[in-house]
Design a protein around this ligand. Structure first.
Ligand SMILES: [Zn+2]
Length: 305
């Protein structure tokens, strides 16, 4: 329950957002669209452990996490990210470890940072994004910065910055601050951690926010279907999270089944497997139009030849 309470608080802090038919041309089928490949740098913030122990996660786990992210965004058959739901859509967005660092040197896209080398104390600020650049920050126009931050399990899973775009819910976002995604170490990648958030889906969820998606219920949860909007027409109208995946029937505000399996709900990682078509259209629109997202599609941090 602590996790859920914290997440409610985070919901109030991080404002993100789906799509409107008026705003987005849906004529082009997603299946026919270009595959975008975006460079990621994973900053592993650790406390001096050997690689592969404690907060200093192994390369294998980090690589596995980015594979999960790609499996989910590409709805890859044979993975947990596959589904046969009529709304389930391949986003045709992929993520690749950066190959060139900001100094022009080759890199494996994994940047290990020992906090002992940084003159800043962990946890001083409630708002992670004010402090994360002290540890590491690569040019936000060229890299998706992912900070893996040492923190206790099942308290905070992750946070994302929000894009600016001419879409409902994203019009007036200030993008001058830190841009990227923070995932707390216990929830980054696959592990045997208790609590349900142990299969790397926190990053899938936060990447949805990073590309402009709202939670299914919008910004503020309520139990009474009072006010809600995720700006996606094909997600059922809901005003609250499902919060479980035990098969308990859960109905939306108009009596439809809730999309418990959607990445933008708060179900356990094992239950998630879907972005809808409208969610995908919204994310791709953001990627094609937002000032601090569009440049990622052509970033020279990847060898694109
Ligand atoms: Zn969220």
């Amino acid at each position: 329950m602590i996790k859920r309470q914290i997440l409610i608080v985070l919901l109030g802090i991080v404002l993100f957002n789906c799509s409107s038919e008026d705003e987005i041309n849906e004529d082009q089928q997603v299946s026919e669209k270009t595959i975008y490949t975006l460079p990621v740098v994973v900053h592993i913030i650790h406390t001096g452990e050997e690689i592969g122990t404690g907060y200093n996660l192994s390369n294998e786990r980090i690589i596995g996490q980015i594979k999960t992210l790609n499996d989910d965004f590409r709805k890859r058959e044979g993975t947990l990210g596959y589904n046969t739901h009529p709304l389930g859509t391949d986003a045709k967005i992929e993520f690749k470890f950066a190959e060139i660092d900001p100094d022009g040197n080759t890199t494996n896209g994994i940047n290990r940072v020992n906090v002992d080398d940084i003159e800043y104390e962990i946890g001083n600020d409630a708002w992670f994004f004010d402090t994360l650049p002290y540890y590491a920050y690569w040019d936000k126009q060229d890299y998706i910065n992912i900070w893996v931050f040492p923190f206790e399990p099942n308290i905070i899973l992750g946070q994302s910055s929000v894009p600016q775009a001419d879409l409902p819910g994203l019009e007036n976002k200030d993008t001058s601050g830190t841009t990227g995604i923070m995932i707390t170490t216990p929830h980054f990648g696959t592990s045997d951690l208790d609590g349900g958030s142990n299969l790397g889906r926190s990053l899938t969820h936060e990447m949805g926010h990073f590309l402009g998606l709202e939670h299914l219920w919008g910004k503020i949860e309520n139990a009474d279907c009072m006010e809600f909007d995720d700006y996606c027409d094909d997600t059922p109208p809901v005003s609250r999270r499902t919060g479980n995946c035990d098969g308990t029937p859960a109905l939306s505000c108009n009596g439809e089944s809730m999309l418990t399996q959607n990445y933008m709900d708060y179900t356990d990682d094992a239950c998630m497997n879907m972005f809808t078509k409208d969610q995908v259209i919204r994310m791709r629109y953001v990627l094609e139009n937002s000032t601090v997202r569009k440049s990622l599609t052509t970033s020279l941090a990847l060898d694109r030849n």
